[in-house]
Design a protein around this ligand. Structure first.
Ligand SMILES: C[S@@+](CC[C@H](N)C(=O)[O-])C[C@H]1O[C@@H](n2cnc3c(N)ncnc32)[C@H](O)[C@@H]1O
Length: 500
């Protein structure tokens, strides 16, 4: 009997052939079995030769040409099958050479590949196209060497199998009498457009997030913002706006009161309604913070250049911004208190000793109809040669010179004036001595007269009119204040009824 190892050793080992079923038999075996065995061996060799007829030339072959012919005669079917497949292979090769890439096993296959390639060129995206692509990939041309190796691995039986299995199963497309419909580029584009339209029909519209947020989306699952919240927010905003307007109106009203009435009236006002003072200051702050420069800051800057030992009196100090900005000792006076440093009083009468301070400051605080009282009080508390600093809203001045002359008559000389700022004027005076003019009682009489309508002040603003009247101490009787003294703009005069 044949020994397995001998068979195995003698077997042609060819890479890629794998488990070749036909192997050359040793000569000793054939002698023992007789002629039947010899015939069988011959048959096997014939079969083997038939199966190896397609092998690459480099493969070893143990059969002679004669045996080959015999084998072919004995196994005509197998041989013809092999030759037929060889012929088909040749045809295929020719076609493939024409078409470029290598092809598969049948004419049908070739046709299918053609259509596949066409479709691939058209770049179809649809599901149908996808299927076709997949088929194309399935039947994609293999490496020619690999293809041949596969055939050889399986031998004659497998050849049969390969002839059936490797051949692509006829698909409905390939078997249909009509060739697959290929689209022109234009047709294909239109089809793609239609598909996209169709898809977009069922897709949610792509809109910017903001638009989504603004637009009420009934179909979305986002819970709608409760109307009450919106309503409350709006109501809140409206309330805030109205409150702001109301505050503005109240500020304007209080401001008017401070300018148009004597300081005693303003004092009563804030005593009765302390909130009004807070409101007034809130309004003032919101106005003055819009200015390019706050006058109090400018005054503080000036004072910082002077000795810190100078005692300062701040008439109408507000929130004590000046005291906070300098190192000097500061007496803070106001009608109400926004800061613990404030001494609440009417600045017409401050609780300070005569000639006790070095600097007196009026920063936007010359309010009321009795400004002369404030200036006279400043004169009283200032040391001789003391400094008076006044900052006032520039729009209040019709004639700066009239104002300056009036102040000089109250015991001051002008040191400097700064009219450059768009919002306020700034003046420095030095105390020269006591006020030269009217007695306090005399002035009061005039103011009372004014309130009774005892004389005309046609054009002069109330502030300066009161000052002019107070300065006209020489008038012992009804006097027309004119010339350099009282005339303003050449046409304005003040008829003074001086009651001594
Ligand atoms: C426009 S504010 C200026 C506040 C501060 N000087 C500033 O510049 O920031 C005027 C201040 O003068 C105060 N005032 C007006 N008349 C006054 C008076 N007769 N006595 C005390 N303070 C007075 C007001 O109450 C107010 O606080």
């Amino acid at each position: 009997m044949f020994e397995e190892p001998e068979w195995a050793e003698a077997a042609p080992v060819a890479a890629g052939l794998g488990p070749v079923t036909s192997r050359p038999l040793p000569a000793a075996a054939s002698q023992n079995k007789g002629s039947k065995c010899h015939q069988l061996l011959a048959t096997l060799r014939t079969l083997e030769a038939a199966s190896l007829s397609q092998n690459p030339p480099s493969l070893p072959s143990s059969d002679s040409e004669e045996e080959e012919v015999k084998r072919k005669k004995k196994c005509p079917k197998k041989a013809s099958f092999a030759s037929a497949s060889a012929e088909v292979g040749k045809k295929r090769k020719k076609k493939c050479q024409k078409q470029g890439p290598p092809c598969s096993d049948s004419e049908e296959e070739v046709e299918r590949k053609k259509t596949c390639r066409k479709q691939a060129l058209l770049g179809s995206n649809s599901a149908e196209e996808e299927k076709r692509k997949r088929k194309c990939q399935k039947h994609a041309p293999l490496n020619p060497a690999q293809h041949l190796d596969d055939a050889d691995q399986t031998g004659p039986k497998a050849w049969k199998n390969s002839a059936t299995n490797d051949l692509p199963k006829p698909s409905p497309e390939s078997t249909s009498p009509k060739p697959p419909h290929t689209l022109s580029r234009k047709q294909w584009r239109n089809r793609q457009k239609n598909k996209r339209r169709h898809k977009n029909k069922f897709r949610s519209p792509e809109v910017p997030d903001q638009a989504l947020a603004e637009a009420p989306t009934e179909k979305t699952e986002v819970p709608p913002v409760p109307r009450t919240e919106n309503h409350e927010a709006r109501a809140g905003a409206l309330r805030a706006r109205m409150a702001q307007r109301l505050d503005g109106a109240r500020f304007r009203y209080l401001n008017e009161q401070l300018y148009s009435r004597p300081s005693s009236a303003a004092q009563r006002l804030f005593q009765e309604d302390p909130e009004a003072f807070i409101l007034y200051h809130r309004g003032f702050q919101s106005q003055v913070k819009k200015w390019p420069l706050q006058p109090v800051d400018r005054i503080a800057k000036d004072l910082r250049q002077r000795p810190a030992s100078l005692v300062v009196a701040d008439f109408g100090c507000g929130d004590c911004r000046l005291a906070s900005s300098i190192r000097n000792p500061v007496h803070c006076f106001d009608l109400a208190s926004l800061d613990p440093r404030v001494t609440v009083c009417d600045m017409a009468q401050v609780p300070l000793e005569d000639e006790s301070v070095d600097v007196a400051v009026f920063c936007l605080s010359l309010m009321g109809t009795n400004i002369r009282d404030f200036l006279e009080e400043a004169n009283r508390v200032l040391k001789p040669g003391g400094l008076l600093k006044v900052a006032e809203v520039s729009s209040r001045f019709e004639d700066v010179w009239t104002f300056l002359r009036a102040v000089t008559k109250l015991g001051f000389k002008v040191v400097s004036k700064d009219l450059t700022n768009s919002h306020f004027f700034l003046f420095d005076f030095q105390k020269t001595g006591p006020p030269q003019l009217l007695t306090r009682s005399g002035q009061m009489q005039i103011l009372q007269q004014e309130e009774k309508g005892g004389f005309r002040i046609p054009v002069l603003p109330r502030l300066w009119a009161g000052l002019v009247l107070a300065l006209d101490s020489s008038a012992q009787q009804e006097t027309e204040v004119g010339g350099t003294e009282g005339r303003v703009d050449g046409a304005v005069y003040v008829r003074v009824m001086w009651l001594h």
